[in-house]
Design a protein around this ligand. Sequence first.
Ligand code: NIG
Ligand code: FE
Length: 430
Amino acid sequence: MRGAARTAAVAATEAAVATDPVDVRWDGMLVNARLATLVGDAGYGVIEDGALGWRDGVLVFAGPRTDLPSLPHALASDVVDAQGDWITPGLIDCHTHIVFGGDRAGEFEQRLQGASYEEIARAGGGIVSTVRATRTASEDELLAQSLPRARALRDDGVTTLEIKSGYGLDLENERKMLRVARRIGEALDITVRTTFLGAHALPPEYAGRADDYIAAVCEWLPVLHAEGLVDAVDAFCERIGFTAAQTQRVFESAHSLGLPVKLHADQLSDGGGAALVAGFGGLSADHVEYTSEAGVAAMKQAGSVAVLLPGAFHVLRETTLPPLDAFRTHGVPMAVATDCNPGTSPLQSLRLAMSLACTHFRLTPEDALRGATVHAAQALGMSDRGRLVAGQRADFVRWRIGQPAQLAYWLGGDLLSGVYAGGRAITTDR
Ligand code: NIG
Ligand code: FE
C-alpha cells in the first residue's frame, strides 16, 4: 500500500513539475554528484554529472543533470552542490546483535590461546556470558552501552539497521533488548528493524529442558509482537544452539502471527538449516558456511537471500567458505552484514564487512556494495530502499572517494561527507 501510494505521489509530482515547476517544489536536490544507483542487475548503475531530488522523504529524481525538467533552483527549495562526491544508497546492515551488555575480549584472548568458540560455549561462556551482562543492565544502561556502536555504523553510512534480541532469554529481558533497539532508531534517525531471537541459546535456568524453553519462547513471541517490538523471527540452529525440530516450532509460531523468518544456518556444521528456513519461505539464511548444494537450491526456490557474515568468519579464523560458486550458479542473491556482536564479530563498520567479503569470499567491490544495499534490503523484505531511483526512500550517502570500489578498498578511514535519511541530513555534512 505504502509503495503504491508513493509511486502515485511520485507520478503526480513529476506531472506537476512538468506543467508548473514553481508550485510543486522538491524539498531538496543535490547536483554535481556522481551517482552509483545500482539500478539493473549488474554494474554500479553509474551516472556522472548526476542530480538527485526528493520530496516528502522520497526520491523524485535520480538521473543526469541534463535530464532535469527545469533549472535546479526552479525545482527545489534547497539545492546543494555535492562537489563531485559519489552518492550511493544508504547502506543497510541486515544482521546485527548490536544491543548487548559487557564485552567478551577475554574470550578473544582464550581463543588466541587455542580454545574454540564451541568449547567456550559448552563451558558456560559464549552467548550465555553476554546474557548475564545484558540481564544485569537497566534499559537505560543497555542503551548507553549499545548506542555508540550503532552510531559508529551510521557514521560509516548505515541508514537501515537490523537488530536482534537473544541475550535476554526471558520475557522481560528480551523485551528490554527490543525496546532499546527501537530507541536506537529514534535516537539516530535511522530505520531499525527488530528481530526476535529468543531461540539463540539455552539459558541456565532451563538446563536440560530445551523443549520447555522453546515452548516458552513460543509464548513470549505473541506478547512481544503485540507490543509492536517484533518485525521478524530468527533462531540459532546448530549443535550448540537448537535442533531443526525446535527451530521449526519457533518458525510455526512466527508464521501463525504472519511474521517473516530468517535463520542462523549452517554456521559451524551442516544442520540443513538453509533448506529448513527456505521451507518456510524465509527472508534469508545467514552465515551458511557449511550449507550444501541442496540447501542452496532450496534457497533459490524460496527466494531466500544468503547473508554473508565475513566478520564472524574472520574472527573465528574459519576456513570453510560459504558455497559462493553455488550461490552464483543458482542465482541466490548475496547480502553482506556486520553480525556486530560481542563473541564472533565485534565489527562496527559495514564498509569493513564489505572489505572482508572481498578479501575472504572473493566478492567484487561491486558485489559487496550490492550486498550492503539492494540485497540487504531484500533480506529485510523491504522494497522501498536499496537503490537510487525515483519512488525509493531518500536514504543516501555522500562519499569523498574517486571511485565506488574505494568503499570496500579502504580498511576503515573517514570517507563520508554526509548521511541522509528520508531526505534529511542526519550527520553534519563534513
Ligand atoms: O551470529 N552464532 C550465533 N550468534 C552469533 C554469535 C553470538 C555470540 O557469540 O554472542 C553469531 O555469530
Ligand atoms: Fe548472528
